[in-house]
Design a protein around this ligand. Structure first.
Ligand SMILES: [Zn+2]
Length: 385
C-alpha cells in the first residue's frame, strides 16, 4: 500500500524530512516529491486550489497511491486553541458559485455536489484514538482567498458552518473523488477567524507542523497496516535462499510448485558487474520465448522471461509434460535454433512490444552463443544449485 502526504508548502514537510531523512524522488513541474520511508511519499504541491489539484493529479498519475492524506495549517471559525488537531470529515469550496444558474452556492458542477466527504472517516478516527492523539472532528471550507476576520469570513460561516478555512484541501478532495483514490485530511489550527486579535495571534508555524507531522506520519503508518506487510515480507522468496555469491552460469532447477517447475537459466555470474544489457535481455526474451512456444513441446512451456538482476532468465514448464531431462534438451535445442535463425526479430513492432526499438538479433545471438558454450554438455544431473 502506498500513501501520499499532500502539503502546500515545502516548509510544511521540513520537519518530516529532518526526522526521517527522506529522499527526493522527483521535482518536475516545480513540485517536490519525497520518499519519507518505503510506502509513504510526501509532496509540496503549491498554494491554492489550482496548484493543489494539478499536483494531486500529477502525483496520482506518477505513483498510483492508495490514499492521499492532505495535511497543513488552517484558520478556525471556532474559538479553538492554536495547534488543535482536526480530523476532517468533509470539505466545501466556498468560492464556487453558479447560483445564477439556479444552483446552491458551493455546488460544484460536473461532480454535482457541495460536500466532499473524506474516505472511511470512522477508520481515521479509530487510528487517531489508538495513537492517543487528542483531536476534534470538523468540516473545512476551501477557497482561493487567504481568509482574515471580516464580512467574507462571516458569510462563509453563516453559509457553510465550517470548522476551518484553508486554500487546498477541497481541491485535492475533488481530484481524489474523480480519480477514485482514498482521501483524508489532518489539519492544525494556525489562527482564529473569530478573534479580534487574529493578526496578532502568535503561531509558531515550524513547531505546529512538527507536532502535526508526527501525527500524520503515525496515522499514515497505521493506515498502511505496516505490521501485516512486514509479516508478509518475512516469508523469504525461495530464490533469495540461493547463495548468489557462489552461483556460476549454468542451468538449474529453481523450484517446483505443483506441476510447475521453474528453471534458472543463469547467463552471467551474479554481482560481478558483468550483466546482460537491457537489449540483450529483451532480445533473448523475444527470440527464445518464440522458439520455445513454437517448438514440438510448446504445450509444456508456461513462461519464459528475464530476471530483474540482469544475470539470466526463468523458464517455467509443466512437469506433467516435460521432465527435467526434456527441459535441458529443449533449452539447448532452442539456443541452437536461435543461433541458426536469420529472419526478422519476432514481435518487432509497436503493436506487439512495449519497447520494440530496443531489440537486436545480433545482441540476442551474442548472449545465447556465450550461454550455449556453458550448457552444451549440461545434463539433468547438474540441475541442483
Ligand atoms: Zn518486447
Amino acid at each position: 500500500m502506498l500513501i501520499g502526504l499532500a502539503y502546500a508548502m515545502e516548509g510544511e514537510i521540513d520537519s518530516l524530512l529532518k526526522s526521517c531523512g527522506g529522499r527526493m524522488l522527483d521535482d518536475r513541474s516545480g513540485m517536490q516529491i519525497y520518499q519519507i520511508e518505503p510506502g509513504i511519499l510526501a509532496y509540496a504541491g503549491g498554494v491554492g486550489k489550482v496548484n493543489a489539484a494539478m499536483s494531486a493529479q500529477r502525483f496520482i498519475d506518477l505513483y498510483h497511491p492508495d490514499w492521499i492524506v492532505n495535511a497543513g495549517v488552517a484558520g478556525s471559525f471556532l474559538d479553538l486553541p492554536i495547534g488543535t488537531v482536526v480530523a476532517v470529515e468533509s470539505f466545501v469550496q466556498h468560492d464556487v458559485d453558479t447560483s445564477p444558474m439556479g444552483d446552491p452556492v458551493g455546488f460544484v458542477s460536473t461532480v454535482n455536489q457541495i460536500q466532499f466527504k473524506t474516505s472511511d472517516f470512522e477508520k481515521i478516527q479509530n487510528i487517531l484514538r489508538s495513537l492517543d492523539v487528542p483531536f476534534i472532528t470538523g468540516t473545512v471550507a476551501t477557497g482561493d482567498v487567504f481568509m482574515t476576520p471580516g464580512s467574507r469570513a462571516d458569510w462563509i460561516k453563516s453559509t457553510f458552518d465550517p470548522t476551518l478555512c484553508e486554500m487546498e484541501g477541497g481541491a485535492v478532495a475533488q481530484v481524489c473523488l474523480r480519480s477514485k483514490v482514498n482521501f483524508t485530511a489532518l489539519k492544525t489550527v494556525s489562527d482564529r477567524l473569530t478573534s479580534e486579535k487574529n493578526s496578532e495571534e502568535f503561531f509558531n508555524f515550524a513547531s505546529a507542523m512538527e507536532a502535526l507531522n508526527r501525527v500524520v506520519l503515525a496515522a499514515a503508518r497505521a493506515l498502511r497496516g505496516k505490521k501485516e506487510e512486514l509479516n508478509l515480507l518475512s516469508k523469504t522468496i525461495k530464490s533469495f535462499e540461493v547463495d548468489h555469491t557462489t552461483l556460476l552460469p549454468g542451468l538449474y532447477l529453481s523450484r517446483r510448485d505443483g506441476d510447475v517447475s521453474t528453471y534458472d537459466l543463469r547467463f552471467k555470474r551474479p554481482n560481478t558487474g558483468d550483466l546482460l544489457t537491457n537489449s540483450e535481455m529483451h532480445s533473448v526474451e523475444h527470440l527464445l520465448a518464440t522458439i520455445l512456444r513454437n517448438g514440438p513441446k510448446s504445450d509444456g512451456i508456461v513462461y519464459f522471461g528475464p530476471m530483474g538482476c540482469q544475470t539470466g532468465f526463468y523458464l517455467l514448464s509443466n512437469s506433467k509434460i516435460l521432465n527435467d531431462a526434456d527441459v535441458v534438451q529443449l533449452v539447448k535445442n532452442a539456443c541452437r535454433e536461435a543461433l541458426d535463425y536469420d529472419g526478422p526479430m519476432p514481435g518487432n513492432s509497436a503493436r506487439e512490444c512495449g519497447n520494440y526499438a530496443n531489440l537486436s538479433l545480433f545482441d540476442a545471438k551474442n548472449a545465447i552463443f556465450c550461454y550455449l558454450n556453458v550448457i552444451s554438455d549440461w545434463t539433468e544431473n547438474r540441475l541442483k544449485y
